[in-house]
Design a protein around this ligand. Sequence first.
Ligand SMILES: [Zn+2]
Length: 562
Amino acid sequence: MNKVIPMFQLATVALLASVLAACTHTPTTKQAAAKSITDSTITVDKLMADIKILSDDSFGGRAPGTEGGRMTMDFIEGKYRAAGLKPMFGNSYRQEVSMVSITANPKTVTATLRQGQHAKSLKYGPEIMLGTSQIVDNVSVLNSQIVFAGYGIVAPEYEWDDYMGLDVKGKTIMVLVNDPGFASQDPYLFNGNAMTYYGRWTYKYEEAARQGATGMIIVHETAPASYPWKVVESSWSGPQLVLDSENGNMDRLAFESWVTKDVAIEMIKSSGYDFETLKLEALSNDFEAIPLNWKISIQLQNSLEKSSSYNIGGIIPGSSKPDELFFYTGHWDHLGTDASITDGSDNIYNGAVDNASGIAALIALANNFSQLEKAPARSIGFLAVTAEESGLLGSGFYAANPAFALNKTVGGVNMDALSVYGPTDDVVVVGYGSSSLEDQLKIAAKAQNRTVEPEPTPEKGFFYRSDHFNFAKKGVPVLYAKGGVKHREKGEQWMRDINAYHIANRYHAPSDEINSDWDLRGMVEDLQLFFDIGLHFANSSETPYWYEGNEFKAIRDASLAQ
Ligand SMILES: [Zn+2]
């Protein structure tokens, strides 16, 4: 760790700067409250100590339902108790999340295409990946007609309906990934280059199920998907966790699948069409779905295992408006240990950045708030959610079973994979331009002489790939931000290079560990910002709001009206 000014002093400098900046004004409740913190717990050493423990091999990569997962939950609850937090769920810090792991037995998976008498089997792995979210022992689909439906999107606000006039009962829908905005790079089509939720594979399956289809085939292309086929292959093999439900998820598709671009090109060509031409046509809201000359049959057997994991929540009850909540969240789980790797090479997905950093941040903020002489007016919550890596399951369960009414949940901050490579002059917001939380972020960042910027890669749809999204879907504004690319000392190119290196070599890999190139000074500054934002809203009657035109504003307005 290259030594500059010891972190604690820097934190104080940042804090003092914000106080001094406001000296022309009478000290606000916030500054008085902040000044009451004598020993900031947001320090490089304290953060590193907790990340070290959580990302240690002994935690086995923190998979839900494992010994490492249990140790993680105990560790977090212990820290909440030590910070003096009250339980969030009645008299418990734990909210049980019932899940089922569904494992398709690769030996039993068959996908057969038929065209008249001609039949062709697709190779599971190299050509097709598939499974089901239905909690069933086996899937058997026979000769389901395949229909190419463009992007498979129904978006009234864009006057778009790829299912217009289409009866998809019993059929299998083939669609393109991402949305027409990305494909056309037309800033006036959908949200231009920035992916909308309509571009996410999760949306595509949800919409096809809503339409009553039997199955779906998403065509994989690396650029619009923003990851290569091998990521589809790896993340779709092995146990898939889903939330347990009374109806056994029978409202989901009988099967969900991806095929490679080459397979799709072949299927479309042998149906008398050209893939690239169809892609162009699909960019218009006049596009009409096309039945292909293929039917598909799917067979597979699953092994099902019920398991439960827990969200871990603690609160500092509000002093005057305890039923109103501002909260911090982050997921505690990661990918665990890959027991199939037996050649002695590293098979533990330590998840130091993803997301031991976020949990260490949650603990540091909890300790910092608990030092306030007087609890803020509104309650402050700290929510470590489970099973994010399996599809945002823990936050999805919490959002459906909240401890505080969602229309009393004024807002929050999600901390997922924080910046560990040093101080930056910029802070990036994932989903920039969404809510007034960003206004408060800008005020806090200004006190640190930092600027707030949009995320560099909105086409990747990161806004839809972490836990804040489940709150947004219920209308609750949650900020997802972190240190940017303008490294204060090493410059922007250095930061872009190390970020690219991280994504290529450490993201979702056993090498996501504490490395010598780490520098948590940036993370400390980011947490100061998050602390300031929370303290501001916890002590004010102001409620964060979605900006006009935002896709979640209508949901919030309706929920606040209740
Ligand atoms: Zn993560």
